[in-house]
Ligand binder design. Structure first.
Ligand SMILES: NC(=O)c1ccc[n+]([C@@H]2O[C@H](COP(=O)([O-])OP(=O)(O)OC[C@H]3O[C@@H](n4cnc5c(N)ncnc54)[C@H](OP(=O)(O)O)[C@@H]3O)[C@@H](O)[C@H]2O)c1
Length: 248
C-alpha cells in the first residue's frame, strides 16, 4: 500500500490556485500575508548560493500562480540582490487572468531595505510596469533616498530598523491586502518574530544539500508559531508542495 499525496498534474491552474487560496480570509482589515519558500530535504534554503536550483517545474508553477493572486509581491533586499530580481512582470496568462477579474495587470513590487542599497538604474525600477515601493527607515541615507524616490515610492517603516508590523500596515493602507512574500530568510525571521505570517507555502525538494546552506529563516522568535496543514501535493520529481496556515 502506498501513502503518497495526490499529484499536482491532476489539477488545472484554477483548481491549484483555489487550493492555495482556500480559507485565506482577512483580506478585509489587516490583509493576508503569505510567504513562499523552497527547501531541500535537509533544510537548506539554497543550493550553490541560490534557491533557483531547488523545487523544479511544479514549484515554479506554484511560484507564478501565487504571484497571479497577489496585490503586492514583497521581497527583502538581500534576496533581490542575490537572486538577481528583475522587474515584477507577470506572464501573459497571469495578466489575462487578472484582467478578467478586474485586477491590475501586475502586482506591485515592494522591497524591504534598511540601507537603501538598491540601484535606481536597475531593471527592477526602469522596467517596472507599476511604480515599486521601497520600505525603509527614516534614518536611511538621504541621498540614496532621493535617488530612489525618482523611481519608486519610498516609505519609512521605522526609525533605525524596518519594522515588519509597519511594513504590513503600509501595504494594507494602500489597498494592497493580499501580500505575497518571496523572502528571504532574514526578513522571514522578522515576520515570524512579530507573528505576521498567516500562511507558509513550502516546497520540499527531494535532495540533500549536505553543506552549510542556511535555513529558510534566520532570526529569533519569542515563541513557536504553530501552523495547521492546509494541503500537501506531489509535484514532478517527487517535490512536495505544502501549504500551512497559522493556527491562531
Ligand atoms: N529557499 C527559498 O525559498 C529562498 C527564498 C528567498 C531567498 N533565499 C535565499 O536567501 C539568501 C538571502 O538571504 P538574506 O537573509 O540575506 O535575505 P533577505 O531576508 O531577503 O534580505 C535581508 C536584507 O533585507 C533588508 N532588511 C530590511 N529590514 C529587514 C528586517 N526587518 N528584517 C530582515 N531584513 C531586513 C536588509 O537589507 P539592506 O542590507 O539593504 O538593509 C537585509 O540585509 C539568498 O541566498 C537567497 O537565494 C531562499
Amino acid at each position: 500500500m502506498t501513502h503518497l499525496p495526490g499529484s499536482v498534474d491532476d489539477l488545472s491552474d484554477d483548481d491549484l490556485l483555489a487550493a492555495y487560496t482556500d480559507g485565506a480570509e482577512g483580506t478585509a482589515g489587516g490583509g493576508w500575508l503569505r510567504v513562499n519558500f523552497v527547501s531541500s530535504l535537509d533544510g537548506s534554503a539554497t543550493a550553490a548560493g541560490r534557491s533557483g536550483s531547488l523545487g523544479g517545474p511544479d514549484d515554479l508553477r506554484v511560484f507564478d500562480l501565487l504571484r497571479r493572486a497577489a496585490d503586492v509581491v514583497l521581497v527583502a533586499a538581500g534576496t533581490v540582490r542575490d537572486e538577481g530580481y528583475g522587474p515584477m512582470v507577470l506572464h501573459d496568462p497571469d495578466v489575462a487572468w487578472r484582467r478578467a477579474r478586474g485586477a491590475a495587470d501586475h502586482p506591485v513590487f515592494a522591497i524591504v531595505t534598511g540601507s537603501l542599497g538598491l540601484d535606481p538604474a536597475s531593471r527592477v525600477f526602469t522596467e517596472a510596469p507599476v511604480r515599486p515601493i521601497v520600505l525603509t527607515t527614516s534614518a536611511a541615507d538621504p541621498e540614496r533616498r532621493r535617488a530612489l524616490e525618482a523611481v519608486a515610492d519610498v516609505v519609512s517603516c521605522g526609525e533605525d530598523s524596518v519594522d515588519p508590523v509597519l511594513v504590513r500596515a503600509a501595504l494594507v493602507d494602500r489597498g494592497l491586502a493580499r501580500i505575497h512574500c518571496e523572502g528571504g530568510p532574514s526578513f522571514l525571521g522578522s515576520l515570524v518574530a512579530a507573528d505576521l505570517v498567516d500562511e507558509l507555502c513550502l516546497s520540499i525538494d527531494p535532495s540533500l544539500e549536505g553543506g552549510a546552506g542556511g535555513r529558510i529563516v534566520h532570526g529569533s522568535s519569542p515563541e513557536l508559531r504553530r501552523m495547521r496543514l492546509a494541503h500537501v501535493l506531489r509535484g514532478a520529481g517527487d517535490v512536495l508542495l505544502t501549504r500551512y496556515v497559522r493556527a491562531r
